[in-house]
Design a protein. Sequence first.
Length: 186
Amino acid sequence: MPEVELVNIAKRFGKVTASADINLKVGYIRGDLASQQVADTYQGLIDTIAEYIESGRFEIIVDDTATWRSADAMLKTEDWIQAYPELNSIVCQNDEMAIGAIQAMKAAGIDMATVQVGGVDATQDALAAMQAGDLDVTVFQNAAAQGGGALDAAVKLAKGEAVDQKVYVPFELVTPANVADYASKN
């Protein structure tokens, strides 16, 4: 069965994050380090924004896991705020971890307008955080489209037809400009 790939999500997220008019000093919070999807998503981000990394506009200064949990991301971010005062962006592999990072920054008195935070999943909590001005970007993973893509690939394989080794899953970028469009989708 072809691998259902999430690299495009990281690529799109990376381009949006790196297009800011500042030099980003990034804390990157991963999910489960044992997951190939986590590694692929991270590599997709790095590959896509290589030009920003090379120019110094995007620098990952710290990288760790929070095992997909908000509380773990909050603790990690609390430590990073102390150890890396130059940190001005947190990139998370899911919205729950992004919310934990936001909670830590707000508790530390950081003005959310001075930092960028992003996640993945476009959860209702994340959309509320975006509407409050705390979350800058997330990605809606359209489950119906993902299921349809997987089903199409399975049917082709069952018929003996060729299928690409990797099936790229559609995604939708959610920003403050279009957040209202996603209020009832997740």
